[in-house]
Design a protein around this ligand. Structure first.
Ligand code: 5GP
Ligand code: ZN
Length: 120
């Protein structure tokens, strides 16, 4: 179990110090809408503990991350993603500078909904 980092924006959301539009919460996991959505559905799913990135995941994180990932289809549908295969979603985890990671607390982007820029 990692300690919260008081300078981490997502730890501060977990602690209730910064508001967020929550999608789901349990003892170990939090999901909330991205503040700058890329698509009609865009929320972030995070472990509450301060795991910095996918590069910092260890073998004993597997149960936590397994539970987190198993929430994705249910939450995606709840937030308006249409069912597979016509609908679906993207699941994105940026890791490190080359991976485009801006917030240094592990998070999974769930992105979906109709994508008008692909039509016509
Ligand atoms: P990254 O590039 O690290 O994968 O993405 C970080 C994401 O966090 C971005 O999509 C950004 O819009 C989102 N984000 C950054 N700060 C906040 C915040 O204070 N609240 C919420 N809800 N999202 C945030
Ligand atoms: Zn954090």
């Amino acid at each position: 179990m990692r300690n919260a980092d008081p300078s981490c924006i997502f730890c501060r959301i977990v602690a209730g110090q910064i508001p967020a539009r929550k999608v789901y919460e349990d003892d170990d996991v939090l999901a909330f809408h991205d503040i700058n959505p890329w698509a009609p559905v865009h929320f972030l799913l995070i472990p509450k503990q301060h795991i910095v990135s996918m590069a910092h995941v260890q073998a004993d994180d597997a149960p936590l991350l397994g539970r987190l990932l198993a929430l994705v289809p249910k939450l995606a549908q709840q937030e308006g993603c249409r069912p597979y295969p016509e609908g679906g979603f993207r699941l994105v985890t940026n890791t490190g500078a080359d991976g485009g990671q801006e917030v240094q607390h592990l998070h999974f982007h769930v992105i979906g909904g109709p994508r008008p820029w692909l039509k016509g």
